[in-house]
Design a protein around this ligand. Structure first.
Ligand code: PA5
Length: 433
């Protein structure tokens, strides 16, 4: 049992992989020998093996403490500073985690803020958490990002009003180890801090304290998550593209891109993977979309979106390819029972399960989209647990780095993101802009 990849419906022929195999080898060496663009941001590459054990221990202890003393946990961050933890929490925990009664949830409700500038969202979140005990984690590598900074100002006031001097014991900051406003503020106010390593950019940071603290607060086993990532780190370092599915995926995307497929849809039949798809979009979009190049990463949740986007995928412009995350064994399945009177006409399904129908929907969609000329890549995951989640994170991170080098871009910078920030700073009257 392992993560596997099936490209038999991608219209890519075996020899096409062979013709480009050497480029993978080149990208691998550039990456591992730290000779490529952005090589100062390769801390994530061996992080599952070389992570800071003391910091990891502190994450676990703090999470335990928060789980004991807080009914609500607020995560303030944007982009790489929140998508990974949200992906993991929503992907692995109960679909209705926040709505469960506290005995069943067995941990605080978790909400994310500071990932938009919606006053309504912030206001209504404050209304929701009224009267509940609370801890917050502010995550910002730079400390200067406007969205989380504004949210923190509002929540800081709320915490100070609610807890007075004790507020500082419920505010946790994840930021640069020595620089920035948040570090400064933590020293002055006495907030506990966690470190975003210098050599790891936001979108590659889910396995550092950035992702791990919220994930551990949600009761997820971060040891197993790291174990899975470590397995990925070993497996996805092999140069043989027939065995290294992470590299194979990078190569397939590149071949399809060269054929004019410049939109990729990451599809899933499990709604709980919605934020995983969002994380993936950021990873690939920010890493590859530059210098007037890039595959546009989009996502679809099936079967929901088959009733909306399905038409375009089937019959629209042929510039799309699909990658489907297929969870082989679902967390929970439900048997469809036989009814005496077959009023809804569904007795033909009795004895089958709902996941059986979901898998057939997937098979049917695959056949239809392939017939419509949409290349399909399938990534099979035996089941969604901590270990496979950690491994899948590493799978995509590695693949993205290789894919970026194949594309001839720096996969570790994001100059384009700065443009809107500068405009906004000017427009809101930030001094110096
Ligand atoms: O991937 C990235 O670098 C970005 O998406 C950042 O994570 C995002 O802009 C937030 O930055 P910061 O953590 O500095 O607040």
């Amino acid at each position: 049992e392992n993560i596997s990849l099936d490209y038999s419906n991608s219209f890519v022929r075996e020899h096409e992989l062979r013709h480009l195999e050497e480029y993978i080898s080149l990208a691998h060496h550039i990456l591992h020998e730290k000779k490529g663009a952005g090589s100062e941001y390769l801390g994530w590459l061996d992080y599952p093996k070389n992570y800071d054990i003391e910091e990891f221990k502190k994450v676990k202890e703090t999470a335990l403490n928060i789980r004991k003393n807080s009914e609500v946990f607020i995560v303030i961050g944007i982009g790489g500073s929140y998508l990974g933890s949200r992906a993991c929490i929503e992907g692995l925990n109960h679909s209705f985690y926040n709505q469960l009664c506290s005995e069943k949830r067995n941990g605080p409700e978790i909400y994310f803020v500071g990932n938009n500038v919606s006053s309504t969202y912030i206001f209504e979140l404050l209304e929701l958490i009224e009267d509940k005990s609370l801890s917050i984690n502010v995550i910002s590598k730079s400390g200067t990002t406007t969205e989380p900074a504004i949210a923190f100002r509002i929540f800081r006031e709320y915490m100070n009003n609610k807890y007075g001097k004790e507020a500082k014991d419920r505010i946790y900051i994840t930021t640069d180890k020595e620089k920035g406003i948040l570090k400064e503020m933590s020293k002055n106010e006495g907030y506990e801090t966690f470190t975003v390593p210098d050599s790891i950019g936001g979108r590659y940071s889910v396995l550092t304290s950035v992702g791990l603290l919220p994930i551990a607060v949600a009761g997820i086993d971060i040891d197993m998550l790291m174990e899975g990532a470590k397995e990925g780190m070993e497996e996805y370092s092999a140069l043989d593209i027939d065995k290294n599915y992470s590299y194979q995926y990078a190569l397939l995307r590149n071949i399809l891109y060269r054929k004019g497929k410049d939109i990729e849809i990451l599809a899933s039949y499990e709604p709980s993977l919605h934020y995983f798809q969002e994380w993936w979009k950021q990873l690939f979009g920010e890493s590859e979309g530059k210098d007037l190049k890039g595959i546009y990463p989009s996502s679809a949740n099936f079967t929901t979106d088959l009733h909306s986007l399905g038409q375009l995928i089937q019959d629209g412009k042929r510039n799309i390819f699909e990658t489907t995350i297929n969870i082989e064994k679902v967390r929970k399945d439900i048997e469809i029972k036989k009814e005496q009177e077959d009023l809804d006409g569904l007795n033909f399904l009795s004895g089958k399960t709902i996941d059986f129908v979901n898998k057939k929907a997937f098979e049917g969609t695959l056949l239809a989209h392939t017939k419509g000329g949409v290349p399909n890549i399938i990534i099979n995951i035996p089941e969604m647990n901590e270990k496979y989640f950690g491994k899948l994170i590493y799978f995509f991170q590695k693949s993205c780095a290789i894919s970026g080098y194949l594309m001839g871009v720096n996969p570790f910078d994001q100059p384009g993101v700065e443009e809107y920030k500068k405009n906004m700073f000017k427009l809101i009257g930030k001094p110096g802009y």
